[in-house]
Design a protein around this ligand. Structure first.
Ligand code: SF4
Ligand code: SF4
Length: 97
């Protein structure tokens, strides 16, 4: 699973590294191996692997990570694949994906 990529360049995951205290929890809980810990800081090394589950956000003790869990463009596109509906998300692009 960790080697499967999601859609490219649509993931809403953000890391404010200046807030990071290097606890490593994000790397531990992430099911897609998106983070690595190096020099006592978290680094995003596989952004497109992120499936926007929100586990890292929920476990970061300092609020260094944000993600729009389940509402990003990737989620919208996958939802459209499953339902046959037009993809629609909250990316701010002024309309559908
Ligand atoms: S949202 Fe989920 S898949 Fe994405 S980086 Fe966080 S824990 Fe990993
Ligand atoms: S969970 Fe937060 S504080 Fe801990 S390593 Fe990850 S980003 Fe840094």
């Amino acid at each position: 699973m960790a080697h499967q990529k999601y859609l490219k360049n649509v993931v809403t995951l953000k890391l404010e590294q200046e807030k990071c205290v290097g606890c490593g929890l994000c790397a531990i809980v992430c099911p897609r191996a998106v983070f690595k810990i190096e020099d006592d800081l978290a680094w995003i090394t596989a952004l497109d692997n992120c499936m926007e589950c929100g586990a890292c956000v929920g476990n970061c003790p300092v609020g260094a990570i944000t993600v729009h869990a389940g509402v990003g463009c990737a989620s919208a596109i996958i939802h459209s694949w499953l339902t046959g509906d037009e993809p629609s998300c909250d990316c701010g692009g002024g309309g559908n994906c």
